[in-house]
Design a protein around this ligand. Structure first.
Ligand code: BJ8
Length: 430
């Protein structure tokens, strides 16, 4: 384990951002310990993971400084909570897109002073970060763009707007022609909001180049994900989850390059028979709700029990990169049409009907060589929770071992989850 690893602090920068510095300065040491235990204790990690470890080291300092600098140059910095918000447009404007979904128990109490307790922990965690002024990413953004995917989110945005300017994008809940038309209009409004902030229009060439940049990022992730499907696994599920989380706050071009280097290394590892998991390790696929940083709970439980996670069907997973945008659009109108088509393929459970997601899960299950599926649902997420019924039925039909888990960010259910996952792994191993 790397003894010297420490997540960096910069109280001056945090004060500049009007954070609660006294409170926040305790976070890096706590996160450092968790990171060492969960990630750096693994053996035989790919060497090029060093870049991603560095991204964690600099999560509250170097990367924040880059965002502050971008803002100083007049480039928009926009926070988002959902993969439906088209980051191609932010990037085309020279801006920075940062995912603000919360994955930490540490900010939940702040949220519960205002919001009801019985709502999704992801929403509470994000909201708590803002009201407690304990997230530098939240402090640096010009505004945030929320969406109407679920009730908890859309009603929280009304209150979040008191603390940070919050725009809301209407996400249709069906995928008929009339819904697609609405969605194109929403994308245009989103573009107009970014342009208003910048005081200029996004040029066609900028949009075209940005689409190509984001396509390259998604293709790099597709390559990485198919390499990790190799049996034995050349990279752990924990490391894969981390990379997919970093995808939401790194600079796209730099991230793509580093993912490419990791892919090259994984190809070499496979060729030379070097792996992160033994051949006999049970292979588990995880589906369901996203695991935002630093939610590493389930992966840590699964892999600490000797199994390996081989795929995440999630927005912090394949749902983020499985589709790219057709690049043939001749003008802005056509490019936005193609962009919209790609985004309409995101199969979030907020849509009805959403059978394409069930098919997608089965497809990824087969491609990943998994031997069992764990469907992960954040507490009080009704759409994913109910969709698990159909997923269970599909798994029963296909003879796929299936376990459904509902959890939050607290450590209280870790023992119970360990017991359930252990029994599930025994079932897989027969
Ligand atoms: S496209 S999964 S990022 S909405 S888990 S907050 S849905 S109650 S996160 Fe999501 Fe977009 Fe869908 Fe993906 Fe609500 Fe459910 Fe919480 Fe959720």
């Amino acid at each position: 384990m790397e003894e010297t690893f420490a997540i960096k602090s910069d109280p001056e920068l945090w004060a500049e951002l009007d954070m609660d510095v006294e409170r926040f300065k305790n976070i890096p040491p706590v996160l450092t310990e968790a990171f060492k235990n969960i990630f750096l204790s693994q053996t035989n990690r790919p060497k090029t993971m060093a870049y991603f470890d560095d991204m964690v080291k600099n999560i509250f300092t170097g990367r924040i400084r880059e965002m502050v600098d971008a803002k100083g140059e007049g480039r928009p910095v926009i926070g988002t909570f959902c993969v439906y918000v088209p980051e191609e447009i932010i990037h085309a404007a020279g801006g920075v897109c940062v995912g603000l979904c919360g994955g930490s128990q540490g900010s939940i109490a702040d949220a519960e002073k205002i919001l009801p307790r019985n709502i999704c922990p992801m929403v509470k965690s994000a909201f708590g970060f803002k009201v407690g002024r304990i997230c530098p990413f939240f402090q640096v953004v010009d505004f945030v763009y929320g969406e109407t995917t679920c009730d908890a989110k859309k009603k929280t945005w009304e209150i979040l707007d008191r603390y940070v300017p919050t725009h809301v994008m209407e996400i249709p809940q069906m995928k008929r022609e009339r819904d697609k038309k609405l969605w194109v209009e929403e994308v245009k409004d989103f573009k107009a909001a970014i342009e208003k902030l910048m005081g200029r229009e996004v040029a066609e060439d900028e949009l075209r180049a940005s689409i190509e940049t984001m396509n390259a990022k998604r293709l790099a992730m597709q390559r990485l994900n198919s390499l990790r499907h190799h049996n034995p696994a050349p990279i752990s599920g924990r490391d894969m989850l981390l990379i997919q989380q970093i995808a939401f706050y790194d600079i796209p071009e730099r991230f793509t390059e580093k993912v490419g280097e990791l892919c090259d290394e994984l190809e070499e590892r496979i060729a030379s028979g070097e792996y992160s998991a033994p051949e006999e390790a049970p292979r588990v696929m995880v589906s369901g709700t996203p695991m935002a940083l630093p939610n590493w709970k389930l992966h840590n439980i699964i892999e600490s029990l000797g199994a390996v996670v081989v795929n995440e069907e999630s927005c912090i997973g394949t749902r983020y990169y499985k589709d790219t945008i057709e690049t043939g659009g001749a003008n802005e109108e056509e490019m936005l049409e193609e962009l919209t088509k790609r985004y309409m393929k995101v199969d979030c459970s907020c849509f009805t009907p959403n059978d394409e997601r069930i098919d997608q899960v089965l497809k990824e299950y087969r491609e990943s060589g998994a031997e069992g599926l764990i469907d992960y649902c954040l507490q009080f997420c009704h759409t994913y929770n109910i969709e698990a019924v159909k997923l269970r039925e599909a798994c029963e039909r296909e003879g796929i071992p299936f376990l459904s888990i509902e959890s939050d960010y607290s450590p209280e259910d870790v023992g119970q989850l360990q017991t359930r996952v252990e029994a599930f792994l025994e079932q897989i191993e027969g």
